[in-house]
Design a protein around this ligand. Structure first.
Ligand code: NDP
Length: 452
């Protein structure tokens, strides 16, 4: 049979969303090609979640060394080697790039190296090659947004932070989102002096206010200097480093300034306009609940659509889009109860509604809180507290939100996300037996309502 198109699906971008969509489509019998201009696995694998978590692990050892004495250990002088960490991290990322390559080729997907641009709704160009496809999926992700201030070109983004030649002794981080907060903890844990500059009153906008405030306190205890309500005004070169001038008049000399002021959809120069794909005001691709763009046969998933910019969400969107294109029925992603974690020191994790969101939606809500010193820190000497919070809808008794700041928060909240997805009530939480002694058991033993 003569095929009308070269492929049934052409995927632009082999990141979390693109790879999942390619594999699912191929399993459903589609002839699939995926083009990648940079690295297999995309942001998450190369300059995001995975290397970030490895750096977070590295930064936690200083805590462990400091806390060991309380448990009877005498730890000798420790020394940290940044180059060794980065080399080991790079080796692991290269291994993962290989895993992704095999996943795709074993699924029968053709991998094409290079940048693809759209010619029209059914054709792309890569280098001198023109390829046609019945469906096209745009999954090209996002890219760090720069600030337009004097000297911005002297700053780095998280992309470069993963490849620094030396460990900076003094760092200024601008931005109070996931990336700014996580990197502040990483550099501080590795021994740097860190100043975090954020334009708002408190960082991590959108998270529960009690946890945001508690994390600010914990970071200050660890020696991160927080500058809220402050802007970075300019950066100048100073010797081998830089001088950053802030809107509060402060001038700080540092080895580097890192901007973590958000990420932008990577839609520029992709030829989207030639195919008639609509963008929103911020440059993100507009899609419906099935990730279909304004053009019938073109879909888009992940950060390029700027919905919930999280790897597991992009993966879910990729799978759903492939099912919609080649499966038996259209599939949409459920964005309720998407859990997420900030890998700060200590980590923060959340699922469901914050107290403020719940009040706005339901009026009266019941709040349960537990704020305690973790058992480990009775001997470690560390003055760190754990905070847990449940938001409950009084009429139905449903738990609307679970929030935690403390060790293993991400691991704990993932389990509770299942409970919320099942519509668990506070009574069912209470009827669950705890595991003793854990921090997690507090979530099933909170009996006293917090004063509203
Ligand atoms: P975020 O959008 O989370 O945060 C950006 C921060 O920069 C906010 O504090 C914002 O302030 C501030 N900001 C934005 N523009 C300016 C400006 N012009 N001047 C000063 N400050 C500014 O972006 P990130 O870069 O932290 O992360 C990008 C995305 O990556 C996130 O949305 C997240 O989905 C994902 N991610 C997820 C992680 C995880 O799940 N653990 C880890 C890392 C990233 P304001 O709040 O006032 O807008």
């Amino acid at each position: 049979m003569v095929q009308k198109y070269d492929y049934d699906l052409f995927v632009m971008g082999a990141g979390s969303g693109g790879v999942r969509a390619s594999r699912v489509a191929a399993q459903l019998g589609a002839r699939v090609a995926v083009a990648e201009e940079r690295y297999l696995g995309g942001t998450c694998v190369n300059v995001g979640c995975i290397p970030k978590k490895l750096l977070v692990y590295a930064s936690e050892f200083s805590d462990a060394f400091a806390e060991a004495a309380g448990f009877g250990w005498a730890v000798g002088a420790s020394r940290f080697d940044w180059r060794a960490l980065i080399a080991n991290k790079d080796k692991e990322i290269a291994r993962l790039n290989g895993v992704y390559e095999r996943l795709l080729t074993n699924a029968g997907v053709t991998i094409i190296d290079g940048r693809a641009t759209l010619d029209d709704a059914h054709a792309v160009t890569i280098g001198s090659k023109r390829i046609t496809a019945k469906h096209i999926l745009v999954a090209v992700g996002g890219w760090p947004a720069a600030l337009s201030i004097p000297g911005a070109e002297l700053a780095i983004s998280s992309n470069e932070a993963f490849h620094l030649q030396t460990m900076p002794e003094r760092v200024i981080i601008v931005g109070g989102g996931y990336i700014g907060v996580e990197f502040a903890g990483v550099f501080r844990g590795l021994g740097a002096e860190v100043t975090l500059v954020h334009r708002g009153d408190l960082f991590l906008r959108g998270f529960d206010d009690d946890l945001r405030a508690a994390l600010a306190g914990e970071m200050e205890k660890r020696g991160v200097a927080l500058r809220f309500g402050t802007l970075l005004e300019r950066i100048e070169k100073r010797g081998s480093g830089v001088r950053a001038t802030l809107s509060n008049g402060e001038a700080i000399d540092a080895a580097l300034v890192m901007l973590a002021t958000g990420r932008k959809p990577n839609t520029h120069g992709l030829g989207l306009e030639s195919a008639g794909v609509k963008l929103d005001g911020a440059g993100a691709i507009v899609v419906d609940r099935y990730s279909r763009t304004s053009v019938e046969n073109i879909f888009a998933v992940g950060d390029v659509t700027d919905r919930r910019n999280l790897t597991p969400v992009a993966i879910a969107e990729g799978r759903a889009a492939a099912e919609t294109m080649f499966g038996k029925r259209a599939m949409a992603v459920d964005y309720d109860n998407v859990p997420s974690a900030v890998f700060s020191h200590p980590p923060l994790a959340t699922v469901g509604l914050t107290e403020m969101e719940a009040r706005a939606r339901f009026g009266a809500v019941e709040i349960y809180k537990s704020d305690f010193r973790p058992l480990k820190h009775t001997l470690s000497g560390r003055d760190e507290r754990t905070l847990m919070k449940l938001v409950v809808e009084p009429k139905s008794d449903r738990v609307l939100g679970c929030h935690m700041l403390g060790a293993d928060a991400g691991e704990i909240i993932q389990g509770l996300a299942v409970a919320l997805q099942c519509g668990a009530t506070k009574r069912q939480f209470d009827a669950t037996i705890g595991i003793h002694p854990t921090a997690a058991e507090e979530f099933v033993t909170m009996r006293e309502k917090a004063a509203s």
